[in-house]
Design a protein around this ligand. Structure first.
Ligand SMILES: Nc1nc2c(c(=O)[nH]1)N[C@H]1C(S)=C(S)[C@@H](COP(=O)(O)OP(=O)(O)OC[C@H]3O[C@@H](n4cnc5c(=O)[nH]c(N)nc54)[C@H](O)[C@@H]3O)O[C@H]1N2
Ligand SMILES: Nc1nc2c(c(=O)[nH]1)N[C@H]1C(S)=C(S)[C@@H](COP(=O)(O)OP(=O)(O)OC[C@H]3O[C@@H](n4cnc5c(=O)[nH]c(N)nc54)[C@H](O)[C@@H]3O)O[C@H]1N2
Ligand code: SF4
Ligand code: FES
Ligand SMILES: [Mo]
Length: 890
């Protein structure tokens, strides 16, 4: 569309505003109530222009073909200046200081402090750890309110008061700290006036002198691109990158604000070695590494290489994981290496590989923008993947239908067309029930099933027994809801499945993934561009990558099987050694081997197993039974406290490399700071340990390690640091440097042996734990928004003010029966151990069910969890534990 701006023709897309046209013409007008990400409201009039003779607000006026816009003309210029001057007239003079949008605008328009008023003396709200409000600076543009509603989807803010008294306030009234705010920081980013800021940073003032480092968030698997602003070797602020491929200018409380741990007083800065006194004493690196090297050499000599095992970290980079698994295979000579994918999405890797051929999600996240029906299963993205959760919600508010399958009333469930609340551990029955309805009602893609899928007759036979009524009996989901959900998914043109640990962390987690994948196959909604396939919301920042890099006991980099001579041969040629040809130990098997006296060395990198692995008392026993435990950590975690050697590690803000996010994108990680004291990046530690054993692992830099990995694993061969520096993000598979990676998989054929999608005929089998008279309640465990896993990092940040304890959610009826009041301290007992939690009475959980997180080591939640695990992958059954409540103590 062509319009004329000050006599010059400019082309803008259909639907663009005059403001966009003005900017396209290279001109600027102030736009104080406008943010490109938000619905325009046209309230400040600072963007006034003349359109075909009339004065209009450019931000809300659509550009029409042939429109003639006048910007630089005395009269409209004066109107714009008047509008800004009017706004400033009620603000205190300091509103014009600093580098914020309003202050800059005033300088450009020649408006000085003499135009300011006195300020209304409305005071501040400094109650919140991350968001500060100076009411006197609020210009009531409403950008923060719209940001919170439209981008974050939280609706925590409102404008109150009339006329010039109007000011932003939490919708709940009262203090910001007590509001629904989830600290995404979006309001601070959009505020033009400095009314909303973050502590220590006056509006805009950070922009100038601070160093800026583009990196990728090291908390969850969303993979937000962040700009880290540093001053004097400290993080001053973290800003979401507007051009971040996944986050597009958005972030969450953790990536943005939870960096206080970096300079925590108890950060590990020197290696520690357990001395003759039995205490961990600081030593030099040489001494610590020599001790570990001796231990490894002795173990290999006396008990063979398989008496050494390592747990690699999904918090670490690809290059670090690559190097560590290479160390274990090449230097030690064992496949005993695993990562926390074992505890998390190993059933996804197994299930998706069996169904489709590859171990990752099937599509690119942006494709959810096209989906018309979202099926969100056993995932709580509003808390665990907040940037994804916000995007999903926006899609739903934009018209997509939403089915949520979760026993709890999680954040998204409030907006669901259908909320299915299965009994924990009954997913396979639920998914088979949905598939039954799809088949029974003909809501399937016959062509796709004929030409691109296998296994329909076997599935149909199993589904016969899964009538809605029978499924209702098993799952507790009313038959009518099941049918309604199946029809929504079955009739959608472009349905999407996103799922989480509510599917995988079960005794039959792999069956859960496979029977969930059945739904997409039946509908032809995977590998066809119709819909957004089947996508796990993978957890840790680099859990996808840790597995991609081969930090797994049965798989080499790129998922070649260690038992496959061809895959092994490829790695042997690159590494120049013979490799062990039998599977190594999985994490739970490592602990079992330790308890049995068969494991001599356990090297644990970035995992607080004593807090986060199931059946914690047995984990502690394993650590105590193993003669040499090494913990490579940022902090003296519960695991590190029990280790014989503690090696201080750098965190994601202090190192160089790459992560792979949940939709298979490689992105760069760059150091914004130096590690404290003598702490070193895991990359350097692995190299140094190899050197202490007289070995050279090659690949001296992270870039070289990724390049070498591409030679072992052709699916990554086209990805390099240089390329990522140029392109930002590249998804795998990406075998060639000159071609884009494949974000939408299987468009021509599936990667299974026969090229077909494999339907799975799996019957429902009950969970490992069941309630009985002794343990009458079912505990589900999972996440809360402000904290991250073991909490070692988020508890050392302002997040602890937002959420200071692990709460146990219980239904009012169960609370009444047990005589529990909100806030009571409770002792919870299972057949395996005890935990202490603080009661939170809520109808978010159903009667008979409890929910808690595991973010505070002191609560000992994982002492409750059983040793049951997925029969295929050993992923723990974290989601189902029978417990009882002990008398509350107040
Ligand atoms: N704030 C925050 N974010 C995080 C993390 C964190 O600790 N804190 N951790 C990261 C990691 S490592 C991971 S893996 C991801 C996890 O992200 P999610 O998978 O979203 O997290 P969870 O809360 O563990 O579990 C998801 C849901 O499963 C439901 N559920 C339990 N049992 C069943 C069942 O039988 N059927 C169904 N349908 N649902 C069930 C639970 O009620 C819960 O709401 O989050 C990542 N992001
Ligand atoms: N009850 C229950 N338990 C669970 C779960 C559940 O749903 N319920 N979920 C499970 C899941 S999905 C997961 S992924 C696990 C996560 O469990 P963990 O992996 O144990 O938890 P994290 O807190 O993510 O990180 C572990 C440690 O790594 C350290 N660290 C961080 N960055 C680095 C680094 O770059 N290098 C090194 N060397 N160390 C670093 C941190 O200080 C932290 O102590 O928890 C599992 N435990
Ligand atoms: S959504 Fe995940 S990746 Fe993004 S800022 Fe939050 S923790 Fe980091
Ligand atoms: S920016 Fe157009 S009216 Fe405020
Ligand atoms: Mo995880």
């Amino acid at each position: 569309m062509r319009v004329t701006v000050d006599g010059r023709p400019v082309d803008v897309p259909g639907g663009a505003s005059l403001l966009a046209a003005v900017r396209a013409a290279g001109l600027g007008v102030p736009a104080l109530c406008h943010d490109d990400r938000l619905t325009p409201v046209g309230s400040c009039r600072a963007c006034s222009v003349r359109l075909d003779g009339r004065v209009v607000a450019a931000c809300v006026t659509p550009a029409a073909e042939g429109a003639e816009v006048t910007v630089e003309e005395d009269e409209v210029r004066a109107l714009r200046r008047d509008a800004v001057e009017l706004i400033v007239s009620v603000l205190p003079p300091y509103a014009l200081e600093g580098d914020g949008e309003l202050a800059r605008t005033c300088r450009e328009l020649g408006i000085g402090p003499e135009s300011a008023g006195e300020g209304a003396g409305r005071g501040r709200d400094d109650s919140h750890p991350f968001v500060r409000l100076d009411r006197d600076l609020c210009i009531a543009c409403g950008r923060c309110v719209r940001m919170c509603a439209e981008v974050q989807g939280t609706f925590a803010l409102t404008l109150t008061g009339r006329g010039s008294e109007t000011v932003v306030a939490p919708g709940t009234g009262g203090l910001w700290a007590d509001s629904d705010c989830v600290s995404c920081g979006g309001c601070v980013d959009t505020c033009p006036s400095g009314a909303l800021t973050e502590p220590g940073l006056p509006a805009g003032s950070w922009l100038g002198p601070l160093a800026r480092t583009r990196t990728t968030c090291g908390y969850c698997g969303v993979g937000c691109a962040l700009d880290v602003l540093t001053r004097d070797g400290e993080v001053a602020a973290v800003r979401p990158a507007a051009d971040g491929p996944v986050n597009r200018g958005h972030a969450c409380v953790k990536g943005r604000f939870a960096h206080g741990y970096l300079r925590a007083a108890d950060r590990l800065t020197r290696p520690l070695l357990r001395g003759p006194s039995g205490r961990l004493e600081p030593v030099g690196w040489d001494e610590a590494l020599a001790h570990v090297a001796r231990g490894i050499r002795d173990a290999i000599g006396e008990a063979g290489p398989d008496s050494v095992a390592a747990i690699s970290s999904a918090r670490s980079t690809n290059e670090e994981n690559y190097l560590l698994q290479k160390f274990m295979r090449v230097v030690v000579g064992t496949n005993n290496v695993d990562n926390c994918s074992r505890l998390c999405h190993s059933p996804s890797a197994a299930g998706l590989t069996a169904a489709f051929g590859l171990a990752g999600g099937t599509d690119a996240f942006e494709d959810v923008e096209r989906a018309d029906c979202l099926l969100v299963v056993g995932a709580n993205p509003a808390e665990a993947h907040p940037v994804v959760g916000a995007r999903l919600l926006r899609r739903v508010l934009g018209g997509a239908r939403l089915i949520v399958a979760d026993p709890r009333a999680v954040g998204l469930a409030r907006h669901a067309d259908v909320h299915l609340r299965p009994r924990p551990g009954t997913n396979v029955a639920l998914f088979n029930g949905l598939a039954h309805v799809l088949l029974a009602e003909g809501l399937i893609d016959e062509d796709f099933l004929r030409s691109r899928a296998a296994g329909l007759p076997e599935l149909a036979a199993v589904l016969d027994g899964h009538t809605p009524d029978r499924v209702a009996g098993i799952t507790g989901v009313p038959a009518a809801d099941l049918v309604a959900a199946a029809r929504l998914y079955g009739r959608a043109a472009r349905p999407a499945i996103l799922y989480g640990l509510g599917v995988t962390e079960h005794l039959h987690g792999t069956d859960g993934v496979r029977t969930l994948a059945n739904l997409a196959i039946l509908r032809g909604a995977v590998g066809t561009g119709r819909g957004f396939g089947v996508n796990p919301l993978r957890g840790q920042n680099n859990v996808q990558g840790a597995s991609d890099m081969g930090a797994l006991p049965d798989l080499l980099p790129g998922y070649g099987k260690v038992r496959d001579p061809v895959a092994r041969g490829r790695a042997e040629r690159v590494w120049g050694v013979r490799l062990p040809d039998h599977d190594g130990l999985r994490i739970p098997e490592m602990f079992a081997a330790a308890r049995a006296g068969d494991l001599r060395v356990l090297w644990i990198v970035g995992e607080d197993v004593a807090t986060t692995d199931p059946d914690a008392n047995r984990v502690v026993e394993a650590l105590e039974s193993c003669p040499l435990v090494i913990s490579q950590e940022l902090f003296l975690s519960e695991t590190a406290r029990r280790a014989d050697v503690v090696l201080p590690a750098a965190s994601w803000l202090e190192k160089d490399g790459t992560f792979v996010n949940f939709d298979r994108r490689f992105q760069r990680v760059r150091p914004a700071l130096a590690p404290p004291g003598e702490a070193r990046a895991d990359f350097g530690i692995v190299h140094a340990l190899a050197a202490a054993l007289g070995a050279d692992l090659g690949c001296p830099t992270p870039a070289a390690a990724l390049a070498e990995c591409g030679r072992v694993a052709p699916v990554f061969a086209g990805i390099s640091h240089d390329r990522l520096d140029r392109e930002g993000a590249v998804p795998w598979p990406c075998p060639e440097a000159g071609r884009p990676g494949v974000s939408r998989l299987y468009q021509d054929r599936f990667a299974t042996a026969g090229g077909l999608a494999e339907l799975a005929a799996r019957p429902y089998l009950p969970p490992g734990e069941a309630a009985d008279d002794d343990y009458p309640l079912i505990l589900v465990t999972g996440r809360r928004w402000a904290h991250y896993n073991s909490g070692t990092m988020t508890r050392r940040s302002g997040a602890v003010e937002l959420d200071p304890v692990d709460h146990l959610d219980l239904h009012p009826a169960d609370a009444a029966r047990a005589g529990v009041r909100d806030g009571d301290r409770l002792l919870v007992e299972s057949r395996h151990g005890q935990a202490t939690l603080t009661a939170r009475i809520t109808e978010e959980v159903l009667r008979g069910q409890l929910f808690c997180a595991f973010h505070f080591a002191a609560s000992r939640v994982n002492a409750l969890i059983s040793g049951h695990a997925d029969t295929v992958t050993s992923c723990p059954e974290y989601k189902v534990t029978a417990v009882r409540l002990r008398k509350p103590f107040r």
